[in-house]
Design a protein around this ligand. Structure first.
Ligand SMILES: *[C@@H]1O[C@H](CO)[C@@H](O)[C@H](O)[C@H]1NC(C)=O
Ligand SMILES: *[C@@H]1O[C@H](CO)[C@@H](O)[C@H](O)[C@H]1NC(C)=O
Length: 445
């Protein structure tokens, strides 16, 4: 009697069976269950076709793995007991298969097995038992019909597919990609600061802050799926202005996360917030750099508590403040607190906004964002009427805030001049917009 470990014995047995199978070859095939009598499970699968395989007579090597067993693309498979691959009949013989054509859904040239679930952009689709393809009917953020309509309509800007937006619903875009609460009337009626243009003073037709202040204008940060534009745009404008006003002695990228997590009075972090509250916080509490307190993204559990504030400041006299904690990013040791002077509101005079921008740096603007804005890829954006004929749920809007860094103008084919604002530090092509889109720009000095 001999003994060996169980594992080893199993291995030996398996090897033996494999060897047996190889030797007997055809015998195994003859014993194999008929595929289409047992039920073809992948009715629309392309097997012979994918390998470009069709063999005359009997050819046992003319075989392919089929859901854990083997199917064949040779003429011999077409006998009483069939083990043909599902597409053998139509691909190799050019005739309809002999099994009932019910086990799948045909959708855009592909066949999907019954009861499978698939994503079609932002919608979940299921292949129902009787072969109906059923999808949710949510409007998607990236909408090919809208892209085509905008590009064919000559609206002065190009639409396209932003991969970051693919798979999101329009509702999610409005809920997670914007995030500024419309200001109350007490803010919109705040005193306007008027800049006086000298007599005969002429403003340039184009201006870009990054050209006047090289290295002091910061690239926009990506807010991801955090509806916190209130914090991002405020921190962005403040970063540039701190850099400009300190003549480049300080060039911090101020931390939006510091605002999102710590400016919680009447604010909702990644669910939206007020600009006046953000400016109040920057002035009275101050924030650290983005390096020290980096952006952590939207909390996964939306209903759960917002992330804890990791940075507080205390007064150290003369209106200055200092941090009371180390940087949340443990590799950074500089936790200086940056504060700004009070924010003020600009009037809606185009020239005064321009002069302010040219003299003191980027300004913050509120804008109402519509469904087509998410498709913007270049040109001068204006809201298009392409969704007007569609149901209400395709026509959505929300309030957003952005940093304006310059302006320019272009001549339209009909000879008119189109003036626009720009809002990117480096790429003039990114997110420009026309004046009518702006609602009362606000800023601080
Ligand atoms: C293959 O099988 C089908 C259905 O049984 C039959 O109609 C057809 O004639 C067969 N074709 C060949 C080439 O044997
Ligand atoms: C849009 O972009 C995504 C991600 O890059 C891609 O998977 C998708 O097929 C694109 N959609 C269209 C309609 O081009």
């Amino acid at each position: 009697m001999w003994r060996c470990p169980l594992g080893l014995l199993l291995l030996l047995l398996l090897a033996g069976e494999l060897a047996l199978g190889a030797r007997r070859g055809r015998g195994r095939r003859e014993l194999a269950p008929a595929l289409h009598l047992r039920g073809i499970r992948d009715a629309g699968g392309r097997y012979c076709q994918e390998q470009d395989l069709c063999c005359r007579g009997r050819a046992d090597e003319c075989a392919l793995p089929y859901l854990g067993v083997t199917c064949y693309c040779d003429l011999f498979c077409n006998r009483t007991v069939s083990d043909c691959c599902p597409d053998f009949w139509d691909f190799c013989l050019g005739v309809p298969p002999p099994f009932p054509p019910v086990q799948g859904c045909v959708h855009r040239g592909r066949v999907y097995p019954v009861l499978g679930t698939y994503w079609d952009n932002c919608n979940r689709c299921t292949c129902q038992e009787k072969g109906q393809w059923e999808c949710d009917q949510e409007p998607c953020l990236v909408d090919q019909d809208m892209i085509n309509a905008i590009n064919q309509g000559n609206y002065g800007w190009r639409a396209g597919n932003h991969s970051a937006f693919w798979g999101m619903t329009l509702d999610e875009g409005i809920r997670y990609r914007l995030g500024t609460i419309r200001p109350s009337s007490s803010v919109t009626s705040m005193n306007e600061i008027h800049t006086v243009l000298g007599p005969g003073e002429v403003l340039p037709t184009a201006f870009e802050a990054s050209e006047k202040w090289p290295n002091l204008i910061h690239e926009p940060l990506d807010q991801g799926n955090c509806a916190g534009s209130w914090a991002f745009s405020t921190a962005a404008v403040a970063s540039d202005r701190v850099s400009i006003h300190s003549l480049g002695h300080m060039t911090p990228v101020l931390s939006p996360q510091n605002l999102l997590s710590c400016d919680t009075h009447n604010q909702q972090g990644c669910r939206g917030g007020h600009l006046d509250g953000a400016w109040w916080f920057l002035r009275r509490r101050g924030v650290v750099s983005d390096h020290c307190y980096p952006f952590s993204g939207r909390e996964r559990d939306e209903a759960g508590p917002a992330p804890r504030c990791m940075m507080h400041s205390r007064a150290m006299g003369r209106g200055k403040r200092q941090a009371t904690a180390h940087c949340p990013n443990s590799r950074v040791h500089t936790n200086d607190i940056y504060q700004v002077t009070p924010a003020y509101r600009l009037g809606s005079s185009e020239k005064e906004i321009m002069k302010e921008l040219m003299e003191n740096g980027p300004v913050q603007a509120l804008m109402e964002v519509h469904e087509d804005f998410f498709l913007y890829q270049g040109g001068v954006y204006s809201h298009t009427p392409v969704s007007h004929g569609r149901p209400e749920r395709y026509r959505r809007h929300g309030t957003h805030s952005v940093k304006i860094t310059g302006w320019g103008e272009e001549t339209l084919p009909d000879g008119r001049t189109l003036k626009y604002w720009t809002n990117s530090a480096m790429r003039k092509d990114t997110w420009p917009m026309t004046t009518p889109e702006l609602l009362s720009p606000q800023l601080f000095s």
